[in-house]
Write a protein that binds this ligand. Structure first.
Ligand code: SAH
Length: 220
């Protein structure tokens, strides 16, 4: 794997910044410190000048009009998910696979779905080149989830949902957690949904974030 000391140093700095911003889950920080974010960005950039920003705490536009989320947002959302080894997690919006890689690093059984064929194909090819094997990647509409492998103990939605899709709530296991940014006006409210042992749902909101929209159907 192409890793230079400069990238490792910049990444270490970024992780410290995220820690100072309030992320406490050491496993999440550790996973992020081991993943070469710049390679995910490099692979998907239209303008290579943006690569210089790989280890700044900001979102970066990539191919197909998509964005790789701000590192703090990724860390915050992953922490809220209460990740743990061996849990089955469904990710909506594979994108460039950065979040997928974090979930794999955390030892989770990852199922991830993407609606853009171009991104789906390239990420499917790219992840194994960095040693990230074992994720099951699907091309399809995340509003429908991936019912064949349900239920999932965790669901993470990495695009802004106009509402909480019923199919995803149905596919969440009892005792499970879903983290989903829900659009309200021109911002997204990070929302944690907990399904208790009896199948009862409760919701908690965690402030405003910015995501690309969750869109219906697939794009060829
Ligand atoms: N987790 C990704 C984030 C990518 S941005 C990463 O780490 O890079 C969000 C992604 O959600 C985009 O790739 C977008 O195409 C995808 N998306 C939007 N609506 C979707 C839907 N209905 N089903 C599946 N993916 C969707």
């Amino acid at each position: 794997m192409k890793e230079d000391y400069l990238s490792i140093g910049k990444r270490r700095k970024l992780i410290e910044e995220i820690r100072k911003a309030g992320i406490k889950n050491e496993e999440v920080l550790q996973a992020m410190s081991e993943i070469p974010r710049h390679l995910f960005i490099e692979k998907n950039l239209e303008r290579s000048a943006l690569l210089d920003h790989a280890y700044e705490n900001k979102a970066i536009p990539i191919v197909a009009g998509q964005t790789i989320s701000q590192p703090y947002t990724v860390a915050f959302q992953t922490e809220l998910l209460e990740p743990a080894k061996g849990l089955k997690v469904l990710e909506i919006g594979t994108g460039c696979g950065y979040q997928t890689a974090i979930l794999l690093k955390l030892g989770m059984k990852v199922y991830s779905i993407e609606r853009q064929r171009e991104l789906f194909e390239s990420t499917k090819e790219f992840l194994p080149t960095l040693g990230f094997t074992g994720a099951r990647l699907f091309y399809g509409d995340g509003f429908k989830g991936v019912p064949v492998y349900a239920p999932y103990q965790r669901i993470i939605v990495t695009c802004a949902a106009p509402y909480i899709p019923d199919a995803l709530v149905d596919q969440l296991d009892k005792g499970g957690i879903m983290v989903i940014p829900v659009t309200k006006g021109d911002t997204e409210i990070m929302t944690k949904i907990i399904k208790d042992a009896n199948g009862q749902i409760s919701l908690k909101e965690f402030g405003n974030f910015k995501f690309v929209p969750m869109l219906p159907n697939v794009q060829r």
